[in-house]
Design a protein around this ligand. Structure first.
Ligand code: BGC
Length: 385
C-alpha cells in the first residue's frame, strides 16, 4: 500500500515537472497559440501567401462544433470565407470571395474587407475641421469611397489570437498614419473578430487619434445564403423607418426621408427581388436604424433564405446600414470555384455612420477627437428556420 502511494506521488511529481518544462518551452507555447481547441471551439493560423511587395499574409480559421467556420486573413483583415449550416445541418459558404490571396491582390469590390478610415462616400473628398479644409484621395468619380486608393482593405494588419471558454477570435491592429489618403491624425485601429459557440460572428471596432479626424470602419462582406446565383429570393427585414436619399453620385442630399409607402420600406419581410422591381437598378442606400438611444446594440436587419433555411440577424451599435444589392457586379470578377459574379449575386449590409457625415452637421457625428475612443460592435447571428 505504502509503496503504491510513493509510486503515485513520484509519477505525479515527474508529470508536473514535464508540464512545467513544456509550458516554459517556446515551441510548445507557439503550438498552443497557433492551434488551439477550447471546449468545442477550434482555431488555427496558416500562411496565405505574400503581397506584391513581399509582406507575409496569414489566414486564421475559426470554427465551432455546430459546423460554422470563419476564415480571416491579415491582408485587409478580410473575411475570406464564412461557412454556415443549412436547415439540414450541412455547412456551406455564404459569402463572395476568392480561393487564394491572388484574387484579392488583383482587385475586387471590397469582398469581406474591413473598410476605412471612412467607409462609404465623402462628397468631393473634402471636409473642414476648425476652419481648415482637408482633401482626401478621390477614387469614385469626384468622390472619396471606402478610405481612398489604399484603404484599410489593402494593408497588412498585425494579428493576435484570442481565446475564451466559448469563443475564439483574432485581434487585428493597424496604425493609419497622419496624412494617409489625406486624413489628419495618427489613427490607432483595432478590429476584433470573434466566433462564438452560439453561431455569432462578432466584430468589435476601436480607434484612437491624435488629431480630430472622421472615422467610420465597417466590414463589406457580400452574402449569398445559397452559395451561388442571385439573391433575389432572399427575404430581408430592416429595422429602419428612414433612409438618406442620394444624388446621382450617391452622395446623400442631407434629407432623412420616411420609408413608408416607398420601395425603401423593408420594415416587413420582403423578397429582395420584389423590392428591386419597384426601384430599377437595385438598392445602394443608407438606412437610418430605429434606436431607442445612441450606440444601443440593437437588431438592424434580418435576412432569411427559404430554400436553405439559413437566417442571419445583424445587431449593431451603429446608427446606419448600407443595403447594397451588388448592382455593379458584372461578371468580370471570377471568384471562388471559378464563379463569375454577376449583378445581384450578393448583397451587403454595411453597418456605418451615414455617408458624407463629415459634410452633414445634422447627421450623427463621425468626427473622433484626441482623448476620445471610437467604439462600435456588429454581430452577425446565424440560425435556421
Ligand atoms: C457602395 C457601392 C459600391 C460598393 C463597392 C458599397 O458600399 O455603397 O456604391 O459600389 O460598396 O464599392
Amino acid at each position: 500500500m505504502k509503496t503504491n502511494r510513493i509510486c503515485k506521488l513520484l509519477i505525479c511529481g515527474v508529470l508536473s515537472l514535464m508540464v512545467g518544462l513544456l509550458s516554459s518551452c517556446d515551441t510548445y507555447r507557439r503550438m498552443v497559440k497557433e492551434r488551439s481547441v477550447i471546449m468545442d471551439m477550434d482555431m488555427k493560423k496558416e500562411p496565405f501567401g505574400k503581397t506584391k511587395d513581399g509582406q507575409r499574409v496569414d489566414i486564421y480559421t475559426l470554427a465551432n462544433s455546430n459546423g460554422m467556420q470563419a476564415r480571416i486573413m491579415t491582408y485587409g483583415a478580410i473575411l475570406v470565407s464564412l461557412e454556415v449550416p443549412d436547415r439540414e445541418g450541412k455547412p456551406g459558404e455564404v459569402t463572395l470571395g476568392f480561393d487564394s490571396l491572388d484574387g484579392y491582390l488583383k482587385g475586387h469590390p471590397y469582398f469581406g474587407s474591413i473598410v476605412g478610415r471612412y467607409a462609404n462616400r465623402i462628397g468631393k473628398g473634402k471636409f473642414t475641421i476648425d476652419g481648415k479644409e482637408y482633401t482626401l484621395a478621390t477614387n469614385n468619380g469626384p468622390n472619396h469611397l471606402h478610405g481612398g486608393l489604399v484603404g484599410f482593405d489593402k494593408v497588412v494588419w498585425n494579428s493576435d489570437p484570442i481565446e475564451s471558454a466559448d469563443a475564439v477570435g483574432v485581434k487585428f491592429t493597424y496604425l493609419s498614419k497622419d496624412g494617409e489618403e489625406g486624413y489628419p491624425g495618427n489613427l490607432n485601429c483595432t478590429v476584433v473578430y470573434t466566433l462564438t459557440a452560439n453561431n455569432e460572428l462578432r466584430i468589435d471596432y476601436e480607434a484612437k487619434t491624435d488629431k480630430t479626424t472622421p472615422v467610420n470602419i465597417t466590414n463589406h462582406a457580400y452574402f449569398n445564403f445559397v452559395g451561388k446565383g442571385d439573391i433575389l429570393r432572399h427575404v430581408i427585414t430592416l429595422n429602419a423607418n428612414g433612409y438618406t436619399p442620394v444624388d446621382e453620385g450617391l452622395i446623400p442630399t442631407g434629407e432623412i426621408r420616411a420609408v413608408k409607402g416607398t420601395a425603401f420600406d423593408l420594415t416587413k419581410p420582403t423578397a429582395i427581388g420584389d423590392g428591386i422591381k419597384k426601384l430599377g437598378q437595385g438598392y445602394d442606400h443608407n438606412f437610418v436604424l430605429n434606436k431607442k438611444k445612441e450606440n444601443e446594440l440593437s437588431l438592424a436587419a434580418t435576412v432569411y433564405e427559404p430554400t436553405t433555411g439559413r437566417m442571419m440577424e445583424i445587431f449593431t451599435t451603429q446608427p446606419g446600414i448600407q443595403f447594397y444589392t451588388g448592382n455593379f457586379l458584372d461578371g468580370s470578377v471570377i471568384g471562388r470555384s471559378g464563379q463569375a459574379y454577376q449583378k445581384h449575386n450578393g448583397f451587403c449590409l454595411e453597418t456605418q455612420h451615414f455617408p458624407d457625415s463629415p459634410n452633414k452637421p445634422h447627421f450623427p457625428t463621425a468626427f473622433l477627437k484626441p482623448g476620445e475612443k471610437y467604439q462600435s460592435t456588429t454581430i452577425y447571428k446565424f440560425s435556421t428556420k
